[in-house]
Design a protein around this ligand. Sequence first.
Ligand SMILES: O=C(O)CCC(=O)C(=O)O
Length: 275
Amino acid sequence: MEINKFQIIRKIAKINLLRKIAINYYGIFAKSDHKLNDKTVFSELEIDRSLQEINEKGYSLGIQLSSDLLTEILDFCEINEVCINRNKDNKTLISMVDETPPAIGTVFSYTNTYKNCEAVRNIAHDPKIYEIVKNYLGCPPKFVGSQIWWSYPQLNEKGEKIKTHLYGYHYDIDDLKFLKIFFYLNDVDEDRGPHVIIGNTHKKKNYFEIRNRRLTDEVANDKYAKQIKVITGKAGSGFFEDTFCYHKGTHPNKRRLLLQFEFAINDFGHQNDDN
Ligand SMILES: O=C(O)CCC(=O)C(=O)O
């Protein structure tokens, strides 16, 4: 039942007028039982500026984790195993200091980040984040999940980077409208797989964009050069993004650790890491 609704919504989302109508329709009935903390953990975060930027460009930089929250999340990662390739029966511990990649696998993600890490829960229930998301989506948002994962270079036997969809430009269709919040958990420079956004591709899709949910770097550079924003930042720095924008994680030379939250109008149960 939910799967059918999801498939229909994925089709509607690419057709601008239908998407607008459906957002308004679902917005009228949207309910959220998401509880909020009394105090924000983002004292510096400016709600109006963030909202204006997300509306205009599809993203907003400048949200920052406190060092206490960052430490708490890194402590969680230090003692918990990751799933290898999202297989909950195949887990391994990843060292926070030794950068050697696990012997097998390409995707390394933690489970139960929301359930088992209080710092993650505090961010998910932050009143300032909620206010921004609610205003952006235009209705009471549902919290649909948090995820933490490592990105490693994908190499062939000769030690050369291979071509992989993992690190290619694409846009998400997780719902009619949704918003993600990302935080780097280690310092991310050009070498560590910075996230890249093609700004201002979040509002509507033209015929080319409807046909091409994925783009090569060449096409992206050719068509959208002026809109490309590479986001580097220190551990703890974060950004809001409507990932209906084209975006990608750059293929890293060295590993990167990322935390992500997602809010949406509907929750199809696909974005959480519950075990
Ligand atoms: O790893 C990244 O920076 C990209 C993540 C991504 O594609 C997504 O969350 O939709």
